[in-house]
Design a protein around this ligand. Structure first.
Ligand SMILES: CSCCC(=O)C(=O)COP(=O)(O)O
Ligand code: ZN
Length: 214
């Protein structure tokens, strides 16, 4: 589906949803120092052609301006002429959409997600055992165990992508970049938000629990 074929109402709805999620997360202090990025896909999905709205790079995400978002394609290139620059991490969004066909991806940097990634870096995944909020990922097993993948962080974003491809686990709707931040996704903005909130709860839980054990 080309960008022009996507109904205007769908594009406007994606922008309105992104704006609302951005406002809400900013209120939680989840975009320190201009960090973080958000995207919502619009129109039909095919691995070789899709479009999504994403936050512009380097903006103060606690402010609301007419230049907060732009649309890009599956290669991370603007879908229409614009002077705005997409998030520096757009290629990670592109890869997650390609691998999962999801509808929204939210990325935040928090102290607890950074601490948890470093604490478990040697095992390359953050283990969580039997915590009720695992059910937010639609995993309903009694005393479920999950491992949240942690991948290397590089200043050169394209170098991060192959490890995301390799480690992404479709059962777990998130991937953690070491000492950087979590990418959480879902079928739509509601689900991606639920997943992100659950990850953040679990990161704080595992970190604090580890301290209690020592
Ligand atoms: C100042 S945070 C460093 C970049 C980053 O990790 C991030 O999430 C924000 O980058 P963007 O280009 O999306 O503003
Ligand atoms: Zn980031």
């Amino acid at each position: 589906m080309s960008f022009a074929q996507i109904p205007l109402e769908a594009k406007q709805q994606a922008l309105a949803e992104l704006s609302e999620v951005k406002r809400l997360f900013a209120g939680r202090g989840w975009f320190p120092g201009t960090s973080g990025n958000l995207s919502i896909r619009v129109g039909d999905f095919a691995p070789d052609e899709f479009h999504f709205a994403i936050t512009a790079s380097g903006k103060d995400k606690s402010l609301s301006t007419p230049e907060d978002f732009l649309f890009v394609d599956q290669a991370g290139k603007p879908s229409e002429p614009t002077k705005l620059k997409p998030s520096a991490e757009t290629l990670i969004h592109c890869e997650i959409y390609k691998q999962t066909g999801c509808g929204a991806i939210f990325h935040v940097h928090t102290v607890f997600n950074n601490l948890a990634s470093e604490l478990f870096w040697e095992r390359k995944s953050i283990p969580v055992d039997g915590v009720e909020l695992i059910k937010a990922f639609n995993i309903w097993d009694e005393e479920a165990h999950i491992d949240i993948p942690v991948v290397s962080n590089f200043a050169h974003i394209p170098s991060i992508v192959p490890e995301v491809t390799e480690r992404l686990n479709k059962r777990i709707p998130g991937i953690m970049l070491r000492k950087h931040g979590i990418y959480a996704w879902g079928a739509n903005a509601f689900e991606a938000k639920r997943h992100l909130e659950a990850f953040e709860f679990l990161f704080e839980y595992v970190y604090r629990r580890e301290l209690l054990k020592r």
